[in-house]
Design a protein around this ligand. Sequence first.
Ligand code: UD1
Length: 424
Amino acid sequence: MGTYIVQGGRRIEGEFCVRGSKNAALPVLAACLLAEDVCVLENMPQITDVVQTLEILQELGCRVDWDGRTVMIDTKQISSFVIDNDKVGKMRSSILFLGALLGREKQAKLAYPGGCAIGRRPIDLHLAAFQRMGVEILEENCILDCKVSRIAGTQIYLPFPSVGATENILLLAVKAEGVTLIRNAAKEPEVVTLVRFLRAMGAEIYGEGTSSILVEGVSHLHGAVFTIPGDRIEGGTFLCAAAMTGGKLCLRGLEREQMGAVLEVWRMCGCRFLWEDSDTLLMEPPKCLRGDLTIVTGPFPAFPTDMQPLAMSLLTLAKGSCMISETVFEARFSQAGELCRMGADIRISGRNALIHGVDKLHGAEVSAGDLRCGAALLCAALAAEGVSLVHGSEYVERGYESIENAFSFLGGDIRLQEERNGYV
Ligand code: UD1
């Protein structure tokens, strides 16, 4: 637990290479279980969600060696199919171990997963799909006890293109007997990354990045060497801080086709972009950010819900009025009240937020309620006049590798004070 102490008013500018993507890394780590072999993963971000996922793998009996950004995972032998309640409670993505363990051991036991406090986040789509594939699910005291004698390939229609459900179905379907067709599958880049990794392990999958994914089950997968792609949300976070503080930025390690909806919004605010190579993005901010726009979050390629708190932070300083509609999660505006403490003018009505741009924000003591809320508050604090205290570093650290060092490197005045015995 800790607090960021930020002296605002300095430009975030310069050159930076984004780190590996959290949301791509977590399903890939779960998929390693299916290899029954050694997997080597490069460009692994050093964030707490990854550390906790590696701890789950170790508790299952896998060997994990971490060297810089390279992780070697040996899943030849595992000694358990039960995942510790405490871990599952903290991290929603641990639900992906259900598909991976069932694919490997034909049984799995874990508690209902947790994660950031951004709405109900049920797992009914995961469970309904598993049942269609032959999995028996017993539920007692919030513990899911699952087993399957024959994993049956089948057709699955997802009523909503859930990222996690698509990934979980993939993790089970690669080991199914026969063909599985996922209709209305998620098209997110992180799903595409998981498919590429599974394919490198010997899986037969077609159609990733479209709404129909076809999987031909195989009896055996093998180890693979794989590089985690750059984090589009981390990239968007730096674009937010630079645009709010008026700094020019050069970001490396991004994939152009993943950034479309985000860059479109930043462009409407007056930012200009140039792709130098397919992975290097230059941004020049305007003298004054423009508003009068509407953002509607949605499944890829629409505007990502993970960038919504950051976009709200950006728009607090844009001239004019803007509307944000959050269609993916029902409670994802926890940053709004905190931004208002810094002088922002935001009104929330259900899933909509109305933002009237102000000339400046001022430093304040605020608290992060979840990961992206924390990042949005840090961007606001960097742009504000005066000093801000942003509590809740433990949320930010779930998905950002020492963000205080990254922002300092880019010119920000920010440091992290760890809390000891409740004192900062
Ligand atoms: C993943 C990302 C998260 C991102 C989200 C949407 C990871 C680790 N997390 O989360 O950062 O914000 O995608 O892009 O990759 N839903 C159901 N029933 C289900 C599953 C989902 O109703 O069984 C609903 C959820 O409550 C939510 C919506 O579908 O309202 C989207 O959820 P989903 O796409 O599954 O998000 P996650 O995979 O949890």
